[in-house]
Structure formats: structure tokens, C-alpha cells
Design a protein around this ligand. Structure first.
Ligand SMILES: [Zn+2]
Length: 406
């Protein structure tokens, strides 16, 4: 390609990237919304704050340790793993897949200690009801799913790198985005077995808060998880006709009021109403293109992703790039979650129930209401409990301001 043309294309791509990032970054939370600075001690006893603080700190330290171990294991594997490629007779892509699985197996071995420690800590606080053997079996199945995923990714990358050379990423990035969308679409069908219809009263209430957001066609389902955990949770899943809102049955065991459960329901419908799953896929696409381009460039001295020798280095790069992107992706996720909270406040018009729900996250699930800055930066996918209570208060202050003005 002549130089001026490729320069022009690069500027065009960078401009498009920035415009797309700016578009995805926008939310319907009013700009200039003034979140009050609230003292946790106004809402929680000193004992609760200390327990949540301790609980969160150990989990954060374990997460950092697990990430450091992951990078270290893959760095060693990237340096030494290529040696295994010479001893395999499975062909180019087959050898690459073997190397990918070997890397994943090593990661699993070095991560298992962190997983066991995390489970021990959760059980100690009465938040997990899983036994160690049961957990290990579940982890084994998760490893199987990861094997499949890594093999599929390697077939795509190494398959494309054969004919396309170092330009494989231009075709692989859209393929990964397409697979992400396909998986997001199929997920509710994969989960269908594990979910049931809610009772008629809850279903009727849910339809009402869904209707205020224009998503009343999206059904509500309840997933039975109370055998494994006492943690309350819910999620929005699916795209278009497969969309569902799923509540864990741990929300429906009388620890939460009906009004609080409805705030959760409205929050999840808010995710669908604001097309958050599409937005997350868009966000993934923004990173898939430069991320795969970097992997293509950085593996060139190993012969590029055509060669199985490059697979260990490729795995290492993907993990490091993901960790580097995590703080900004977390901030993106927190913006979507804050928007879903705002939609829930607008749909339920019940800031007391919203604040009560967020307080329960600390009392019942030991969420640190104000996590340390570093943990928030690297890990938090949701606004902190104090930020969420502050938003409920800000919503009420706006309503009172409006009714005074009117
Ligand atoms: Zn959410």
C-alpha cells in the first residue's frame, strides 16, 4: 500500500475508534448529578464495617496474588514452552492446540490454591455453601469449557494466519466479536434448564417495572442457587428474542422486602432497556482489533501465529493485555451499572427501597461499602455501596427539588 494511503487509513481508524469509544461511554444518568459524600458509619455498625473491610481485603489480596501468579506462570511458559512444539507430530494447528491446552493446564495448577483459599474464606463467613470436592468438580468443568474456548480461538487465529500471514487479526477480530454476540444470544437457552417461572405476583410486578422501560416482552426467570451460596445476585442475559432477566433464588428467601427485590428487577430490565449487552460487545470490539494486532506484531519473531512455537507467547500477551485494559473496562462497567441503578430509580420511584437494598449488600454479602482505591480501580465492576446509596439520595433530592420548584 502507498504510504500516504496507509497513513490516511490509520488516521481514519483511530478517529473511528475514538468516536465509537465516546459513543459507548455516554449514559442516560443526568450529567452534573451531585452525589452526596456519605459517611458509612451513618448506615452500618462498627462491627459490620470491620467485618466487611476484613472480608474484602483478603479477597482483594487473593485476586491480586492470582493475577500475579497467572502472569508469572505464562511468562515462564512463553519463554520455555516453545520447546514442546518440536516434539509433537500433530501438525501445525494441532500442535498449537496442544501447546494452548498445556498452558491452560499449568495456569489451572497454579490457580487452584487461590481458588481453595477463596472458598475457605467465603465458607468461614457463611457466604458459600459449597463443599471443597463439589467446588473442585465445578472448577474442572469450567476448565473443560476454557479448553474448548482456547482451542476454538487457536483454530481461528492459526487457520487465518496460514493464508493471511501477519494480517490474520483483520479477519480474526470480527470473528471473535461475532462469536461473542452468538454466545450472548445463546446463553439464556443454555441456562433454561436451571431456571423456573417466578410466582404470579412477582411476575406481574416485574412486568409493570419492565413496561415503564419499554421491555415488558422480556420474561423474568428464577435460578436455583441457594444450595451453593447465600449471596444475592441477578443478571440480564440474551439479545433480541432470547433476552431474559434472571434472579437468583437467594433474593427471594425473605431477607429482602418485595420493594427491594423489585429494585433488582428494575435494574436488570434497565440493562436490557439501555442495550447494555450490545454495548459490552461493542466495547469488546474496540479492544479486539488493537489487541489482536499487538499479538500479531509481537509474535513475529517467533514466526507469527502461523507457527505453534508462537502460541505460548500469544497466550501470555492476551492475558497481559487483558489485565492492562481491566481498569478502564471496569470504569466502563461501573458506568453501565450506575445507569441501570438510575433506570431502576426512575422505574420504581422508590429511593428508600434502593438504598435499603444496597445496604443489605454490605450486611448480608459483606460488600465493602467503601473499598480501598487500588481495589476499586483494579477490580470493581460496580459502583461502591456508598456510591449507590448516594445515587438513591441524589434521585430523591432531585425529585424534592422539582416538586418545590413546581
Ligand atoms: Zn447490573
Amino acid at each position: 500500500m502507498p504510504r500516504p494511503l496507509s497513513g490516511f487509513l490509520a488516521v481514519l481508524a483511530a478517529g473511528g475508534w475514538l468516536a465509537a469509544a465516546w459513543y459507548l461511554w455516554q449514559t442516560s444518568v443526568p450529567t452534573g448529578l451531585d452525589l452526596p459524600d456519605l459517611e458509612p458509619s451513618r448506615f452500618f455498625s462498627r462491627a459490620t464495617l470491620e467485618e466487611a473491610d476484613d472480608y474484602g481485603l483478603v479477597l482483594d489480596v487473593l485476586a491480586v496474588g492470582a493475577a500475579a501468579a497467572l502472569v508469572a506462570v505464562l511468562a515462564v511458559y512463553a519463554a520455555k514452552g516453545a520447546a514442546f512444539a518440536r516434539e509433537s507430530a500433530a501438525g501445525r494447528i494441532g500442535t498449537g492446540m496442544l501447546l494452548g491446552m498445556l498452558g491452560l493446564g499449568l495456569v489451572w495448577l497454579f490457580q487452584i490454591g487461590f481458588g481453595v483459599a477463596q472458598l475457605w474464606w467465603q465458607r468461614r463467613h457463611g457466604l458459600s455453601r459449597q463443599g471443597y470436592v463439589e467446588w473442585l468438580l465445578g472448577d474442572w468443568w469450567a476448565l473443560g469449557a476454557e479448553f474448548l474456548f482456547v482451542c476454538l480461538a487457536l483454530v481461528i487465529v492459526m487457520g487465518l494466519a496460514g493464508p493471511l500471514g501477519d494480517r490474520w487479526w483483520l479477519a480474526a477480530a470480527p470473528a471473535f466479536v461475532g462469536l461473542t454476540l452468538l454466545f450472548a444470544f445463546l446463553l439464556p437457552y443454555l441456562l433454561a434448564e436451571a431456571t423456573a417461572r417466578p410466582d404470579p405476583q412477582l411476575a406481574a410486578d416485574a412486568r409493570r417495572v419492565a413496561a415503564t422501560q419499554g421491555v415488558e416482552k422480556v420474561p423474568l426467570r428464577v435460578q436455583e442457587v441457594s444450595g451453593h451460596t447465600s449471596l444475592p445476585n441477578a443478571y440480564a442475559a440474551g439479545l433480541g428474542p432470547s433476552r431474559k432477566v434472571v434472579l437468583w433464588d437467594t433474593l427471594l428467601d425473605d431477607r429482602f422486602s418485595d420493594e427491594e427485590v423489585l429494585v433488582v428487577v428494575a435494574h436488570e430490565y434497565g440493562h436490557h432497556a439501555q442495550q447494555h449487552i450490545w454495548k459490552l460487545a461493542g466495547w469488546f470490539a474496540l479492544f479486539a482489533f488493537p489487541g489482536t494486532a499487538i499479538v500479531a506484531l509481537a509474535t513475529r519473531r517467533r514466526g507469527g501465529m502461523r507457527r505453534p512455537e508462537a502460541v505460548p507467547l500469544g497466550l501470555f500477551l492476551v492475558v497481559v493485555l487483558q489485565l492492562l485494559a481491566q481498569p478502564v473496562s471496569n470504569e466502563f462497567s461501573r458506568r453501565l451499572e450506575a445507569e441501570a441503578d438510575w433506570r431502576a430509580l426512575e422505574a420504581t420511584r422508590d429511593p428508600e427501597a434502593a438504598a435499603g437494598l444496597f445496604e443489605e449488600f454490605t450486611r448480608l454479602a459483606l460488600e465493602d461499602p467503601e473499598p480501598p482505591g487500588w481495589a476499586y480501580f483494579f477490580q470493581a465492576t460496580h459502583p461502591s455501596v456508598m456510591e449507590r446509596i448516594a445515587m438513591a439520595e441524589a434521585w430523591r433530592a432531585r425529585r424534592e427539588g422539582r416538586s418545590r420548584a413546581g
